[in-house]
Each structure stands twice: as structure tokens, then as C-alpha cells.
Design a protein around this ligand. Structure first.
Ligand code: PLP
Length: 310
């Protein structure tokens, strides 16, 4: 049985009262609360290790870089990524999907092509594709859902007849809770010649995710929905796809060499990591994603036990 008193004690915020009542927090699908171990990791990072990552040979910079890269390894293990080079840090699922739309999408989608999404997608997995399709003169095809809240596989099959370039769908629906047959959908989409983009915002906190078993091409997740800090997330991708894609944001860590009139790009995943060089915004959050992802990776299929492992 879940030891709820023990779980509550891991979350400092739950010790507070709201309107004189014990705080009960039910909005985990939007963002989870942060356990002490994650909060401590952020504070510890600033107290003892803060420096610019990948930019210095002095001890602090090496420590900060090691913590940052340890978080990448933890995320790779967490979803059984193809390689740690296939884990790109982002600010969350929305940015991960925008990265794919702007980089893979702009390069590969042309006028007259089709992009497929589903009627149960979160707007973060619809709007980036709308923008891409409007820009390219492509068609966005939305697959229907059945009366019992599942992806309509007959309509999915009909959508694939257009030989779409991209098929995007959620692993778990935020509105319905449906767990979609992601491996099956990916297989069908691949047979039609598409690349697949799985929105993992809701599956990552609740399911044991194995992107290699799903055989998707891109998998997006949000750290802040799985006990990690706000503004943390990842795009997990097949490395060969990332290798072939142009950068998303320019400047900072993604550069290999800069001339007056052009630049060359760093190797993956740094070609896409959007910090710390670009504003040095959030990199303290990456090391603190480590305890969340690392603890989750050690859990069984029921990730509600994650807190007990922190
Ligand atoms: C299924 C799904 N996709 C995407 C998102 C967007 O996530 P984020 O705001 O972390 O980018 C959410 C947020 O609720 C979601 O539930």
C-alpha cells in the first residue's frame, strides 16, 4: 500500500495550510509539486557548483558541466533513449515539439504535404503543426476520436492514405487519460512513410517509457510534470535525425565556429541545447532534473512510487 503520509512529507509545500485547511493538491497533470530532494538539488547547485557549463576548464565549471551532463544521462535512462546524444534539453514538451516543427518540419515538409495530429492532442501538439502547415501550404489532418475516448483507428488509417510526412499524437491524453497504443500507431505511421512525434507530457510521469520499444522518432517530455523544476524538459530523438536537422536557436553552445558571414554547428546534442549560452537562463534546473529522472528510472511500472525513492 502507498504510504501517503511518507509521500506527503517529501513535499515541503504540503506542510502548509490553505484557508486553515491541510493543503490537498490535485493539479499534477498541469504541474507536479517539487519534493525536497529536487528543491535541495537546486539550492545545492547554486551554493556549491554554479558556473557556466561547457565553457571553462576551472574546477567549478567542470563540476557544473558534470552535473548538467549527469542529468542528460538520467533522462536518457529514464526513457531508454537510443543514445544520450539524442537527449536535447528544452523548457518542456511545448518547446520540444516546436523544435521538431521548426527544424525537421521546415526542412522536410513542402506545399501539398500532410501532417497528421489527433483530436485528443493538447494544443502544444497542434499549434506548432498549424504554423508549419500554414507556412508551407501543407494540410493539417486531425484524426477523429471514438465515443469512448480512443483514437479512431479506422480514421487514423484513412489519414495515413495521404502519405503524411509527420504523424503526431499523445502517448497519454491530458483530457481523457487514454493510454494510446503508441507502438502500434508508430508502426502504422512508419509503414506510410511518416516520422512520428510522441507527446510524452502525461506518459512520462505515469508510465515506464521505452522510446526504443515505441519506435517513435521524437519523444517530448516536461520535467515540471514529473517532480522536476519548472522550465525543464527534453526532446528525445533518434540521433541520425538530429544529425540531419538544422539548428533551432542560434548562438551559444550550438556553435562550433563563427566567421563574419557564417557559422558551423556543434555536434549533437549541443547543436540544439538552447542554454546556457543563449542567455544562460536555466541551467541550474538541469542538474535538479537529475534526482527526479533518476529516481523515476528506478521505479517499477507504477511511477507513483517515485517519491518513495527520492
Ligand atoms: C499532453 C500535453 N502536452 C503538452 C503539454 C504542454 O506541456 P508544457 O507546458 O510543459 O510544455 C501539456 C501540459 O499540460 C500536456 O498535458
Amino acid at each position: 500500500m502507498l504510504d501517503t503520509a511518507r509521500i506527503r512529507s517529501d513535499f515541503p509545500i504540503l506542510a502548509h495550510k490553505e484557508n486553515g485547511q491541510r493543503l490537498v493538491y490535485l493539479d499534477n497533470a498541469a504541474t507536479s509539486q517539487k519534493p525536497r530532494k529536487v528543491i535541495d538539488a537546486i539550492v545545492h547547485y547554486y551554493n556549491f557548483h554554479n558556473a557556466n557549463v561547457h565553457r571553462g576548464a576551472y574546477a567549478l565549471a567542470v563540476e557544473a558541466t558534470e552535473a548538467y551532463e549527469a542529468a542528460r544521462t538520467a533522462v536518457a535512462r529514464f526513457v531508454n533513449a537510443w543514445a544520450r546524444e539524442g537527449v536535447v534539453f528544452t523548457r518542456g514538451t511545448t518547446e520540444s515539439i516546436n523544435l521538431v516543427a521548426a527544424s525537421w518540419g521546415r526542412t522536410n515538409v513542402k506545399g501539398g504535404d500532410t501532417v497528421v495530429v489527433t483530436a485528443m492532442d493538447h494544443h502544444s501538439n497542434i499549434v506548432p503543426w498549424q504554423i508549419l502547415c500554414q507556412e508551407k501550404g501543407a494540410t493539417l489532418r486531425m484524426v477523429e476520436i471514438t465515443r469512448d475516448g480512443r483514437i479512431d483507428l479506422a480514421d487514423f488509417g484513412r489519414a495515413l492514405e495521404a502519405k503524411p510526412k509527420i504523424v503526431a499524437f499523445p502517448y497519454v491524453s491530458n483530457s481523457l487519460g487514454t493510454v494510446n497504443p503508441a507502438a502500434q500507431l508508430s508502426k502504422l505511421a512508419h509503414a506510410a512513410g511518416a516520422v512520428t512525434v510522441v507527446d510524452g507530457a502525461q506518459s512520462s510521469p505515469h508510465l515506464r517509457v521505452d522510446v526504443q520499444a515505441l519506435d517513435c522518432d521524437f519523444y517530448a517530455l516536461s520535467g515540471h510534470k514529473m517532480l522536476g523544476p519548472m522550465g525543464s524538459g527534453a526532446l528525445v530523438a533518434k540521433p541520425a535525425l538530429l544529425e540531419a536537422m538544422p539548428p533551432y536557436h542560434g548562438g551559444g553552445e550550438m556553435i562550433e565556429r563563427v566567421w563574419d558571414d557564417r557559422s558551423s554547428w556543434n555536434k549533437i546534442p549541443h547543436k540544439f541545447d538552447n542554454d546556457p549560452g543563449q542567455g544562460r537562463r536555466l541551467h541550474s534546473r538541469r542538474p535538479s532534473l537529475y534526482p527526479a529522472a533518476d529516481a523515476s528510472a528506478r521505479c517499477g511500472s507504477d511511477r507513483s512510487c517515485v517519491v518513495l525513492h527520492l
